[in-house]
Design a binder for this molecule. Structure first.
Ligand code: APR
Length: 229
């Protein structure tokens, strides 16, 4: 059976109004990764970190899915084989666009996680310092997002999918963050065809069989039309 595994990054949500990380004027030009996206940063200044994610949660909740998110959901519905989306994004725009088979490898802004007992629940719009876990009552609630130095979620399932992929696509990701940046190599080893769809060639562009350049809201729908014939 044909199986498409699609990795998405911040570029797919850019045209929904959400900033990317490493583009000019991206999030990492305005905030220091070590301050807002590491466990050490959270231990040092939890209010700063909550403030960063609260702002992004509000922004993400207001953003609409764009034609790229919708096209991938259409592909999942209408393709003759299996289509798995693995996203590095913590927004919920794939879900809002209708995606079904979706893995959030870097967690989600919609979730809260207890750093003490591992319990997960739906995040309130604003998380505050000292918020208690509903399961163990310890005040160690944190956003359920994967920070630098932490292991991304669902890696066993993702590697299983890559091992049986016949086509691998990376959409809107700069290829600078591992392990996601190495998925193209895993897919190639499994014999999958590989394609990158990005605004400009990513760091790993030479590892792909095909590179399609342009804004995701245009390239993704036409790529999907091609696959659906
Ligand atoms: N259409 C397609 N691609 C786009 C668009 C667009 N409209 N706008 C920007 N891009 C591309 C950029 O050219 C860039 O290659 O999207 C990519 C975004 O790269 P990054 O900002 O590095 O985002 P991403 O690859 O998702 O980052 C990976 O880094 O900080 C962490 O955890 C965070 O999940 C994130 C991870």
């Amino acid at each position: 059976m044909e199986k498409i595994v699609i990795l998405t990054g911040a570029g797919i949500s850019a045209e929904s109004g959400l900033g990317t990380f490493r583009d000019e004027d991206g999030l990492w030009a305005k905030h220091r990764i070590e301050d807002v996206a590491t466990p050490e940063g959270f231990a040092r200044d939890p209010a700063l970190v909550h403030g960063f994610y609260n702002a992004r949660r509000v922004q993400a909740a207001e953003a609409p899915p764009n034609e790229a998110h919708k096209a991938l959901a259409r592909l999942q519905r209408d393709f003759r084989g299996e289509v798995v989306i693995v996203t590095q994004n913590v927004d919920s725009l794939h879900e809002a666009g209708g995606a079904q088979n979706l893995i959030h490898m870097h967690g989600t802004l919609a979730g809260a996680l207890c750093a003490a007992c591992g319990h997960r629940w739906t995040s309130p719009p604003e998380m505050v310092v000292g918020e208690r876990c509903p399961a163990c009552n310890i005040p160690s609630a944190r956003p359920d997002v994967v920070w630098f130095g932490e292991m991304p979620y669902h890696m066993d399932a993702i590697y299983d999918h890559l091992a049986s992929a016949t086509l691998f696509a990376a959409i809107g990701t700069s290829g600078q963050v591992y392990p996601a940046a190495a998925f193209v190599h895993e897919a190639r080893m499994s014999g999958a065809q590989t394609v990158e769809l990005n605004l400009a060639p990513s760091d790993g562009a030479s590892s792909f069989d095909q590179v399609i350049l342009g804004p995701a809201s245009e390239t993704v729908p036409s790529w999907v039309e091609g696959l659906l014939g």
